[in-house]
Design a binder for this molecule. Sequence first.
Ligand code: NAD
Length: 407
Amino acid sequence: MRAMNPFENALQQLDRAAQVGKINTDVLARMRHAEREVHVSIPITMDDGKLRIFEGYRVQHSGARGPYKGGIRFHPDTNIDEVRALALWMSMKCAVADIPMGGGKGGITVTPKELSKAELERLARGWVQRMHYVLGPKVDVPAPDVNTNPEIIGWMADEYAKISGDTTGAAFTGKPLGKGGSEGRGAATGMGGFYTFDALREQLGIPASATVAIQGMGNVGGHAASIFEEHAHHIVALSDSRGGIYQKDGLDVAAVLAHKEKNGSLKDFPGAEQISNEQLLELPVDVLIPAALENQITKDNADRIQAKIIVELANGPTTTDADDILFGKNTTVVPDILANAGGVIVSTFEWEQNLKGEHWSEQDVLGKLKNILETQSQLIAKRALELKTDMRRAAFVVALERIQEKL
Ligand code: NAD
């Protein structure tokens, strides 16, 4: 079976939202196209002295509500269609969060594990050398995504400052704390996912101590696991790209993270059953959190999903066919453009702090984050009921209405 193209999935989501909400057709037409797409080659001298050329991308989808905003992904499967989809979702996400940002996304086609640290640094700086013309605090503000982290973003921010002379540090977010980063940014996406879930939990009849399966345990999934556990939920399954583990009474998240850190995988974690990523998705749990990559929940497995609620911390984990199957069996899907907005919200706080020369406390940051996500989660759940549709379509309708006001 051909894997779903994430950009086709994103376009279908737009069309499906237009079927339930009153969206101006001109706005819809504009949203089907990015405002600018940049595709570059990045020549890197490898440690052995040989030259390798990498492909890099930046897609600036909509600047209607503010500077383009979105992460940079380093992955072997990254391509222009994936980046286009992710950029479109960023425009919708920033509008759902009601922050003054537009949508963008970037990436490099690379297997980062095959590069030394010095090569990775040259590649990160190389991306900025090619892209700096289209970046800047008032133009486009990138952040981390899959396989990029504060250290990599720190190199990029440094390269941008050297080339442009910008002294605000506001051209990149997700920087290390000592280099203009915000308190709370590391855990923000996981934390935001929890606030969103918690705002809806009671009305969905989910117990105060629920069972949770999480696919992916990188920045987002790892933090989400610790945060849900701290709030009395039981993390019964976790996975990485090589597979997962299951313990029906609940895993000790800190012990699992330490095991992964030490051994590089979840293999041989004591007392847990080894499972595949496919099995993880179908476990008998209250809450399923996809926190890895796109296209995990499709028409082929949606019927077998047993969770009552799916909190999409990954971008694009569910296809539209699967959305219909899940809606039909009363499974709530909290869509990515709401559930994982915590990252971009705190990124925007970082940008604001850099521009104003301020440093906010973690308590301030998390308080503001909670406030935004509680308000928007309830508003979108209500809108879904009014429109008699799922939360994804309702969230797209809200986002498109907000974008329309600024066009
Ligand atoms: P990461 O690189 O830190 O972690 C990715 C995790 O997914 C790793 O544990 C990896 O082993 C696992 N993984 C990779 N391929 C997999 C596969 N085929 N099956 C199962 N697991 C697999 O990345 P991240 O920053 O945690 O991002 C994860 C997801 O969250 C992505 O969809 C990303 O776009 C989204 N997201 C990230 C942020 C952020 O702030 N970093 C914000 C919003 C959304």
